[in-house]
Design a protein around this ligand. Structure first.
Ligand code: ATP
Ligand code: MG
Length: 255
């Protein structure tokens, strides 16, 4: 790879995207600029339908969306046209807003495959079990989850914890968390936030883009930057004062 040593972890430069379809859809992302450096936590807020999940999916290269203009750079490489699996292998991780069930695949099998794809490590089932169990304990997940089918019959909060478990095990360079706080009870929110903190302690260079509607998660994550996405554009960037203002006044001032 040709990445420059001092390049930011991740850069979006005038990113525009729309739904990939024969019928031309209007653009959902309409020129997004964003730079995340190694070790930084960024929060992305914005009203329903403003394009936050579309941005997350586009970052991971979901073929459901076409990039119509702009660039995505990661470790200095232009990854705009990279396939999803290549991006994942390179260390981009997405915790989905709506995690999907995979019938017939256990949490353990899924993690084992994902880890082998990400790192080329083929841990023995026993070794993997032990390291996953440690994280399950930290995230307050019952160990019986290892052998359950992925997300099948999981409660909302269990699905979200499982996403953080995947992040902890896969050790990405960039983690995009799409509303990982939604559906979590107050204790689970703290566990998930402390899970993210523990992953960051282990890997201080981890960059995080946390999509959320609420200040609550951000109080725990302490983001370096907070951005507001409205109609597919970042209309404001700043610190926690932005989250506080949103909590108080809503999006009116940003529209
Ligand atoms: N695959 C798709 N097909 C059709 N429309 C889509 C598709 N994906 C996104 N959209 C539309 O694009 C807009 C942005 O959706 P997106 O899911 O990115 O919003 P969001 O900011 O994540 O909202 P929320 O806060 O509700 O999660 C919405 O109007 C949505 O209906
Ligand atoms: Mg969304």
């Amino acid at each position: 790879m040709s990445a420059a040593e001092d390049a930011p972890l991740f850069e979006l430069d005038g990113l525009r995207a729309r739904v990939a379809a024969e019928v031309v859809h209007p653009e959902i992302l309409r020129g997004v600029d964003l730079t995340v450096r190694a070790g930084e936590v960024h929060a992305l807020m914005g009203p329903n339908g403003s394009g936050k999940s579309t941005l997350a999916q586009t970052l991971l290269g979901n073929p459901e969306y076409d990039v119509t203009a702009g660039r995505i750079r990661y470790h200095g490489d232009d990854i705009t046209s990279w396939a999803t699996d290549v991006r994942a292998k390179a260390g981009i991780f997405l915790a989905f807003q709506y995690p999907q069930a995979i019938p017939g695949v256990s949490v353990l099998q899924f993690l084992r495959q994902a880890l082998s794809a990400r790192k080329g490590i083929d841990l023995s089932v026993l070794e993997l079990r032990l390291s996953i169990m440690e994280w399950m304990d930290r995230l307050g997940m019952d160990r019986s989850f290892l052998d359950r089918h992925l997300n099948e019959g999981f409660s909302g909060g269990e699905k979200k914890r499982n996403e953080i478990l995947q992040m902890a095990v896969l050790e990405p360079d960039l983690a995009v968390l799409d509303e990982t706080d939604s559906g979590l009870d107050i204790d689970a929110l703290k566990l998930v936030a402390s899970g993210v903190r523990q992953v960051r302690e282990k890997r201080p260079e981890l960059g995080v883009l946390a999509i959320t509607h609420y200040q609550r998660l951000l109080d725990h994550l302490e983001p370096d930057h907070v951005h507001v996405l409205v109609d597919g554009r970042i209309v404001a960037s700043g610190g926690m004062e932005i989250a506080a203002q949103l909590e108080r006044d809503g999006y009116e001032a940003f529209r």
